[in-house]
Design a protein around this ligand. Structure first.
Ligand code: MLC
Ligand code: AMP
Length: 512
């Protein structure tokens, strides 16, 4: 069933009830949600875009961006969100790979998007806001939609119909498009909605970006299944979030949000007294943060674990009758999700043994877009998806993520695959080779650091390298430090020993 039709069943009978309120006080009702998504869906279908076709979107978070996501569901087309930090060369790869029928982008990027779309033959290019106008909705997308006949119905989609493609970077440096079906999204949202005990009068404080799983599918889809309501902030800002929390009951964030909240002296018992649930995920929550949060607010953060390809996999319990929320763990497999931890020898790990976390379930992706070999590689012969995370299960059944088999850095909840940065560094004049690592960072959890070896006779400057990388990579991927060294440590097989590099540079941002 189309996920939008499932959401619609939960809309209040009185459509004039508020669905969301923004930080500037704009209120959007369910009637407006219905009308705007019908108009946007009308424009999509009037352009001849059909179920299975992709609509790529790279815009800042706004009410209109949210409506565009919902309109894609409603029209039965495939929504393809792109992080607004991605630069031209990154966007060129995604658009070239996914061949969308429509690209909706930010007005300020028109100068490079126009020739890019021409070269890729993407004829339907629209802006969400005009260049120089911060008002989302001022662009030609919204203006044209307002003039188009609305699509009043919801296009039928089968459970295995594609709803979205989300690109995840890869250990080879080439991003893969995870194909997610209506069933993947609805099954995960339904399970979280039940497991986290949503109540009719819940108000979600939404401060996450709208182009990744956490903000889009975990936060948004669960509150839509609940029939609203949301306080909708365009970005995370700790003082603004604390202020809004007094009118909210549920908050979801990456660990950086929690450390930033705790850094605010006003944050505490009083500011959280209306709150029912705090959820953390996308990166490990430090036990110190978990403890300090409890001491300051009397709330126990609920940590969960998931990934783009699978949605949510495990969660600490909401109801204390199901167990306590245990610090340093990601809880139990969600109902309907079959999780196993496998040793290298092919046996299932016993309690407290570390192995590879694999899973099966209705939440697991349909495959990677146009990459059948890669899809086959990521599944075991008996159909379990390999997460690339190292985990262990204790005797009580709580799962902990203890490391990653994949070479991945997670900073502020964003994933950075070192290979992508290394390939770019190695292509620079004067660079012989490079290694990119993650080191501890008080704000972002981990931060990206590059270690570069120069060619004989070449001169390399840290600042110049960072400037070049900033022009080609999303800002969160750019190394916060670049060290130029004589050589890289290698093992007997000639492989770079990143562990040694991580130890050497672990004090870059925090005292050892
Ligand atoms: C910003 N910067 C970052 C960064 N975000 N650097 C490393 N990691 C990050 N995450 C850098 C910018 O490049 C810039 O540097 C400087 O910090 C300030 O940028 P900013 O844009 O003003 O930062 P801010 O708005 O404070 O953003 C930080 C943040 C944001 C933590 C609020 O990154 C964020 O909202 N993260 C959430 C990511 C998320 O949604 N993850 C879920 C993925 S889904 P300079 O040098 O340019 O000045 C997933 C699955 C699952 O993982 O399980 O949920
Ligand atoms: P993404 O590819 O952006 O969806 O990121 C998914 C990855 O984030 C997972 O494979 C984990 O490595 C990591 N992750 C998500 N949630 C947690 C968590 N609670 N604890 C530790 N790692 C997490």
């Amino acid at each position: 069933m189309n996920l939008f039709a499932i959401f619609q069943r939960h809309f209040p009978t009185d459509r004039h009830q508020p669905f969301l309120e923004t930080e500037s006080g704009r209120v959007v009702t369910f009637a407006e949600l219905d009308d705007t998504t019908a108009r946007y869906a009308g424009l999509i279908t009037s352009l001849g875009v059909k179920p299975g076709d992709r609509v790529a979107v790279q815009v800042e978070k706004s009410v209109e961006a949210l409506m565009l996501y919902l309109a894609c569901l409603r029209a039965g087309v495939v929504y393809l969100p792109l992080n607004s930090a991605y630069r031209e060369s990154e966007v060129a790869y995604f658009l070239g790979d996914a061949a969308p029928k429509i690209f909706v982008h930010a007005g300020k990027d028109e100068s490079w998007v126009t020739p890019l779309c021409q070269s890729l033959n993407i004829v339907h290019r629209y802006t969400l806001e005009e260049n120089g106008n911060v008002q989302a909705g001022s662009g030609d997308w919204h203006i044209n939609a307002a003039k188009t006949a609305p699509l009043l119905e919801v296009v039928e989609r089968s459970d295995d119909g594609l709803a979205a493609i989300l690109y995840t970077s890869g250990t080879t440096g080439r991003s893969k498009g995870a194909m997610l079906t209506h069933k993947n999204l609805s099954s995960n949202a339904e399970v979280l909605h039940r497991y986290w005990g949503f109540k009719a009068d819940d108000v979600l404080l939404h401060t996450l970006p709208l182009f990744h799983v956490h903000g889009l599918f975990v936060a948004l889809n669960t509150i839509l299944l609940n029939g609203g309501k949301m306080i909708f902030h365009s970005r995370f800002d700790a003082p603004a979030a604390i202020h809004a929390m007094q009118h909210a009951t549920v908050f979801m964030g990456v660990p950086t949000y929690y450390t930033r909240l705790l850094a605010e002296p006003t944050f505490g018992l009083e500011t959280c007294k209306n709150m029912r649930l705090f959820v953390s995920g996308s990166a490990p929550l430090l036990p110190e943060t978990f403890d300090e949060f409890h001491a300051r607010t009397a709330h126990t953060i609920l940590e969960r674990y998931g990934m783009t390809e699978t949605g949510m996999i495990t969660s600490n319990p909401y109801y204390f009758s199901d167990g306590k929320r245990r610090r340093g763990t990601v809880g139990f497999p969600l109902p309907g999700v079959d999780v196993r931890i496998m040793l290298d020898d092919g046996n299932v790990a016993k309690a407290d043994e570390v192995g590879h976390l694999q899973l099966k379930g209705p939440n697991v992706l349909a495959g990677y877009w146009q990459m059948p070999e890669k899809t086959a590689e990521e599944f075991t012969a008996d159909g379990h998806f390999k997460t690339g995370d190292m985990a262990m299960r204790d005797a009580d059944g709580y799962i902990s993520i203890v490391g990653r088999a994949k070479d991945l850095v997670i900073c502020g909840g964003y994933n950075v695959y070192p290979k992508e940065i290394e390939l770019l560094l190695d292509s620079l004049d004067g660079v012989l080779e490079s290694a990119v690592i993650g080191v501890p960072h008080a704000d972002f959890g981990e931060a990206v650091v590059a270690v570069v070896v120069k060619k004989d006779g070449a001169t390399l400057e840290e600042a110049a390298i960072i400037t070049i990388l900033k022009s080609q990579l999303a800002n969160f991927k750019v190394p916060k430090r670049v060290y130029v060294v004589g050589d890289l440590p290698r093992n007997a097989m000639g492989k770079v020993q990143k562990k040694l590099l991580r130890e050497r540079y672990c004090g870059t941002f925090v005292s050892k």
